[in-house]
Design a protein around this ligand. Structure first.
Ligand code: AMP
Ligand code: ZN
Ligand code: FE
Ligand code: FE
Length: 288
């Protein structure tokens, strides 16, 4: 990797709540001038094969996922996201946990829809599931139903307090974050805490938890992310330096479900090389 390499390590496809198919995602990444892109769908590796098959020449694909986790050190338990890179997708314990979380997503989605319907809001769970098209279903899919029903204009409005952000927000059964870090490492993968200080999304974890996770295998922190203010990014960098963790920057691209563009934030080549060197599950795929 040259120092001018453009590396984006967090992007979603239709395998979860992005709007580009895995093949479209890698093509869009090449068009955006990226050298490396990671496919990191929520709780699934279902997009890996199609992304690899469609890989344009000159682009390197990092296979990953974003795991829905929970920290039980506070009441109520706090949700958080763990990016996992280059793990073995056949590792049985991880496979079972991801399948369980995807089922939990469906159960929670259906319960949210029932809450909406109980308030006379006309949304259909079958239609929402169809919209997810077999991918990990999430609130962005429910948001689309609210838009179709003319109740909100945008996805971000659907995430407001009157809708999926608070009033119709229900927790799902996520993976205990300590277990997730251990499982990702056991599968040869490299765990990186996604948007750890994104206070605008809700409650955030204390630095002490990040230190505890670093002690048991967390490899890095995502600093440059659209949900972090400049002060939050600086804090994450400081914490990473203190704990010897690598630092990433990424777009968290979701297609038209969000406004952020591929490559809006990028990761330095040193951090990328550290991730690749630490991984023993699968390798990055480079095309021609
Ligand atoms: P879920 O995984 O079902 O809990 O839904 C969370 C997903 O919704 C995450 O992937 C976020 O990227 C997305 N999301 C959260 N807040 C917003 C927002 N304000 N606008 C658009 N998407 C959001
Ligand atoms: Zn998402
Ligand atoms: Fe996330
Ligand atoms: Fe994400």
């Amino acid at each position: 990797m040259t120092s001018a390499a453009r590396i984006d390590l967090h992007a979603h496809s239709t395998a979860s709540d992005g709007t580009l198919s895995p093949a479209e995602l890698v093509r869009a990444a090449a068009e955006a001038g990226l050298d490396v892109v990671a496919i990191t769908d929520h709780d699934t590796t279902a997009g890996w094969e199609a992304a690899a098959r469609a890989l344009p020449s000159g682009l390197t694909l990092v296979r990953g996922a974003e795991l829905s986790c929970r920290w039980h050190g506070v009441e109520p338990a706090l949700p958080l996201h763990l990016l996992a890179y280059l793990f073995d997708p056949a590792e049985p314990e991880l496979v079972a946990e991801l399948a369980r979380v995807r089922r939990a997503r469906e159960e929670r989605g259906e319960r949210i829809v029932r809450l909406l319907q109980a308030d006379g809001i006309n949304v259909s769970w079958r239609e929402i599931l169809a919209g997810a098209a077999g991918g990990s279903v999430g609130r962005p899919h429910i948001a689309q139903a609210l838009i179709r029903a003319g109740l909100v204009a945008t996805t971000s409005e659907a995430f407001g307090p009157d809708w999926l952000g608070e009033r119709y927000r229900l927790p799902k059964e996520d993976i205990d974050v300590f277990r997730a870090v251990a499982m990702v490492r056991a599968a040869g993968g490299v765990p990186v805490f996604a948007h750890p200080r994104a206070s605008r999304r809700g409650r955030i974890v204390p630095d002490e938890l990040v230190a505890e996770l670093a002690a048991v295998g967390l490899a890095g922190l995502e600093a440059d992310h659209e949900d972090h203010t400049p002060a939050e990014r600086a804090h994450v960098r400081g914490l990473a330096a203190e704990l010897g963790l690598l630092v990433t920057g990424s777009s968290d691209f979701h297609g038209t479900h969000k406004t952020v563009r591929l490559g809006a934030h990028t990761t330095g080549p040193e951090a990328y090389e550290r991730i690749v060197a630490a991984a023993t599950g699968v390798t990055p795929i480079a095309s021609g």
